[in-house]
Design a protein around this ligand. Structure first.
Ligand SMILES: [Zn+2]
Length: 142
């Protein structure tokens, strides 16, 4: 992260720096970095997706590990709430994602987080409107 910062910004954290990193002015060390390139979603939604890609959202399994919760059962489907279950693995949120995909005319059956992320990265290639809509859809759904 340090290498792309200007000389005057080294060592300082700012939301602007983080936001610029998320908007593709940073490194390409991870495959999901492309999801943030030219993504027209709201900054807050991009931040949530960025946290999800890093596995840093406060999911029940993480809160249980920190001793902040007593169970990790999903509030919606009573499945095990974990990062992999998050969003696409949950039957309730999986249905929401499925409806969003139908709405943007993409035929696909939602899977767990890691598999879904790989699928999204494979299908968001290109600069066409369909790739852009898929990036926007996943960002705003997460
Ligand atoms: Zn669930």
């Amino acid at each position: 992260m340090q290498s792309d910062l200007g000389q005057k910004d080294r060592g300082k954290f700012s939301m602007k720096t983080l936001y610029l990193k998320m908007r593709c002015e940073g490194s390409n060390e991870v495959v999901w970095n492309r999801l943030f390139c030219g993504n027209p979603a709201r900054p807050r939604a991009l931040m949530t997706l960025w946290q999800a890609c890093h596995g840093r959202l406060p999911t029940k399994d993480r809160l249980l590990r920190f001793g902040m919760l007593g169970d990790k059962i999903c509030c919606f489907c009573e499945g095990p709430k974990s990062h992999d279950h998050l969003f696409f693995g949950c039957s309730v949120f999986g249905d929401v994602w499925k409806q969003v995909l139908e709405w943007i005319q993409v035929k696909h059956h939602p899977q767990e987080w890691n598999e879904e992320l790989k699928w999204i990265i494979r299908h968001d290639k290109g600069k066409g409107h369909k790739a852009s809509i898929l990036k926007l859809a996943v960002t705003e759904t997460v």
